[in-house]
Design a protein around this ligand. Sequence first.
Ligand SMILES: [Zn+2]
Length: 386
Amino acid sequence: MATETPLSAIPAASRPRVVFVLGTGRSGSTILDLLLGAHPDIQGVGELCNVVRSGWIAGQYCSCGRRATECDFWQAVREVWREESAGADPRRYEYLLQAFEQRTMSALRLAWTRRASRLSLPLRAGVAFRDYAEQTAALYRAIAAVSGRSIVVDSSKNPARALALLHLERDFGSIDLRIVHLVRDVRGFAWSNRKSFRKDEAKGLQTDWAGLPVWKSALVWVYVNLWSDYVRARHDRRRKLFLRYEDLVSRPEASLASLADVSSVDPAPWLELLKTERPLRPGHMVAGNRVRMEREISLRPDVEWKTRLSPAEKRVCWMLAGWKAALYDYSVQAGQDRTTNDAKPQRTGTSGKIGSHPIPRPHFATPSTTAADTSASPSHAWQSNG
Ligand SMILES: [Zn+2]
């Protein structure tokens, strides 16, 4: 990340640009966040919706190796945020986040209302959207100020949060919102959810994870993507992007050109990074995929699911979610192909046109998609839990 600016020299950028990564978890959003954050104008912070609870309140580990309560970056952000939001309290703010981002009723009200600035939740006296909006915008401004970068990548993914941010932009004009809807093959998502893990805080695993049955993952995938489609449809055509994980890892140059379009930045620093094959280094991410705790991460597709999911599990996924996956250009045959990449002609460009950015492929390690490759060093592959 960029050299951190001393607090005294921080300019208060009034309207930070926010690139919001939308969709399900375990779809490669942590890697996308790291990749975007490798740009000198962009600061990636992972799942910002969890920073207050997991970082400031619970003191979980930041990707820099320190607990968030001891990390210089997050401490500086917290200080600037308190100044910007007239001494707001993290616990009170977390309460507002939960009220507007985690409840289905709130999401439905946000979906129906024209002016959220007047919205308060009737069952929760004093919980007003205005407070939530002001403190959320202040948090983005604080991150931009402390990092010295004008663009913040928030890979919270939660469609309800994206909906709240749409209102925040429309009613208050306090952020400039760009939306990237990231989708991964439902079978890759299901496999990633099916694996079980043991708790290891220092490695970014906060609790034991028993794994989720594939049928449940398939239904979650459909539900979250339907919501994401709805939110994306409500945003300006030129400031949103639909992106498939498989296209990002198999044709990173074209995907980065589209990401540069939607973020209004020059793609040159990213293309330079691909040429030099420099590994990605996590900056300060508090919540998200455990891959953020790795020191160096290289770009490699994770297609373990092709060999690890049983034919019956693949059939269940396709039976429940195939109709939706087909709309995103996934094919049932990709599940039978164990050696080649399943990427189809790429949807790029903010309008979702096919292949609108022909860019010569720079010298870059060709992504191999064999199972042997991904299992050789699973901790450094593009694992996609976040
Ligand atoms: Zn840190």
